[in-house]
Design a protein around this ligand. Sequence first.
Ligand code: PHE
Ligand code: ZN
Length: 848
Amino acid sequence: MTKDSAQPIYLADYTPPAFWVDRVELTFRLHPTATRVLSRVAFRPNPDAPGPFTLHGQDLTLIRATIDGNEVTPTLTDDGLTCPAPDAPFVWEAEVEINPEANKALEGLYMSNGMYCTQCEAEGFRKITYYPDRPDVMAPFIVRIESDLPVLLSNGNPAAAGEGWAEWDDPWPKPAYLFALVAGDLHAHRDSFTTASGKPVDLAIWVRDGDQDKCAFGMAALKASMAWDERVYGREYDLDVFNIVAVDDFNAGAMENKGLNVFNSAAVLASPETATDANFERIESIIAHEYFHNWTGNRITCRDWFQLCLKEGLTVYRDQQFTKDVRSEPVKRIDDVLMLRGAQFREDGGPLAHPVRPESFVEINNFYTATVYDKGAEVIGMLHRLVGDATYARALDLYFDRHDGQACTIEDWLKVFEDVSGRDLTQFKLWYSIAGTPHVKVTDTWADGSYTLTFQQSVPDTPGQTDKPPMVIPIAVGLLDTDGTEVVPTRVLELTEARQNFAFDGLATRPVPSILRGFSAPVILEQTVPAEHKRLLLAHDTDPFNRWEAGRALARQALLAMLTDRAAPDPAYLEALQALLADDSLDPAFRALVLRLPSQQDLTQALFDAGQVPDPLAIHDALTAMETAMATHLQADLTASFDAHQVPGPYRPVAADAGKRALANGALALLTRTDAGARAKVQYSDAANMTQQMAALSALQRIGAASDALEHFHSQWQHERLVLDKWFGLQSSLSLPAEAVATVRRLTEHPDFTWENPNRFRAVFGGFSSNLAGFHDPSGDGYALMADWLIRLDRLNPMTTARMTTAFGTWKQYDADRQALMRDALERIALVPVLSRDTKEMVTRILA
Ligand code: PHE
Ligand code: ZN
């Protein structure tokens, strides 16, 4: 495989490395444009897989190389080098030169605001030096950094330091993708943690001057994560120090480098004035995620990149469990399902569908997807549900025991569960290889006191896959009577056949079923539920997820009726909401979720599934009309809710307060539909924290009345780059349809649009692509603008560009005119002569 080649590589072609590495020593002589990297690597031939000695390398200038001290002249190849080597252990030494300042792709060693930083996952280490850059080659690393900068960091424990240099020693064998180096004028927010066995760990969050006041929350989250992983998974931390660095230019959220996590500053920095409740919660979960990788990812890593879900699915599952524990379980479950449906179902139902464990790829960067991460986590959740808590815990213990220090596969993972549970997981394993969201259709019958549920499952065709076998689907079911009393508590049915019956006997009357409780499997449930049953479930289901789901179904049904039959907003839906809103026994955060209407994306999908052509403008208008109806009919209740859930006193980023603010701000957004922004304007000027300020600003923007506030917001926050991202994102995502394209164009001309920064670029264009009625403007101007900028960014940053092409991923759902315009935009990108491999692969798949 070469970096420029568009040839796919295949899981089936995996071969072990021809050489193992016993030890790595690196010296960095840092210079912005001419950094020298000296490597000294102890290799040992792999008797099980003899082959030539080859190393990966990209954009490197080789200065000299030796083997056992003797100068060698390697042959440079498209993706590295090859060189004759002894058939016995030997030491390779090389010196290379690299240019961090010119590196705008943000992979390898690069510069961000004067600091040096690395990103090596997945294949960035080869841009630092020649090395077997594959995750199954693990070695201890010793690193020396030479630079005048005051703070010099790398993986592992600090070993020695002096004027202008520092040495680090990472004793835990690791693959190169977990390597990290940071150097800069940084300030530490310090703390410490004592592990369960009494080992002290020095903790630090390193930031630029001026950001010291935004670290306390991240630090608390880190300590909570460390304690949680000990308590729940029995996993202790294994080094003397744990460092986190905040960097402004970063392609993803954060990176789990051993002992030296690197974070997008947006994923760690927070103060009440600059971050919203949602930001705080996201930061907490990302800190947990990266920390949890220390065991699921670092101590046990992936054999090859096809196994990415081995670490990502499991680590997402673990961070979801953590958030459920420290916040609200039902609210977190609903949030996660919203994400899953919004991103993963969308991906799984279109041209980019792929299995949780892909079997081929051109560019691995394109597979850090919702499917690998979020469906990967759902698959683990199903496994947990099928084997039960005790067996899950024993399986994880065995996994850590058996595979510590290894690079593993999904087969290794499933074998652990088979050994512990005695179950045959052959059919379950299909979840890793079959793409597409299964549809489960359910019907019921009632006869002689026996109630029977009949399930039929099928998985739609996806690119390269047809005629799929039935999967194992855990379906949690409970039954209610028609008064709303639960008559059969939750039971997990295991659907394994294409069609299968489950009978419930001994019931007095025909029950109302509550199916797929807790969203027990990532499937699309098809059932015909009479509206009165939905209302009953919304009012009485003991399962909070299905309670919310019933409200969601009512909302969707009402909105679809408005869209397809020009119906008025369903008064029965509004009444059901009214009762719920006033029910103070319910968590405000839960009520806030029930109040939230399905997204534009959700309705687009619903119409498409119903065989209709979605019209983004009509969808936008229907949502606006429904919100206006809610504001009108529920005015008293919304006002009461708004007033009752104001949180007095200083801001605290705790779940209870955040839930109240979410409910009050949900009410505010609706009330703004009919009060010309009166309340929102007051809240905007009184706001003492970013949650309140942003909620007010968004509410105003949604009715097109935010111009004064936007101007004020910009002047207030022009020096806080993370807040400025919000200013950009809010306008691109919430501008009214008729103004959106012009607004986005204006934003791109703004002096603060520093487009080479991924956060800023994503704020504008990620926001725009979520503004469906704006992006899909019938003129096609939105598509053209997006394409222009993707083409421009691709020259610098392929990884971020490629990800953002997914804005076009649903193009086949639209009318012929829009399809033609989107195809034009995609083809224009595809035809760029020097398009990156990343973007080329994405555009090709989307167009296929
Ligand atoms: N491994 C990181 C995570 O999920 C994500 C990441 C991938 C970051 C690639 C940067 C580049 O925790
Ligand atoms: Zn991860």
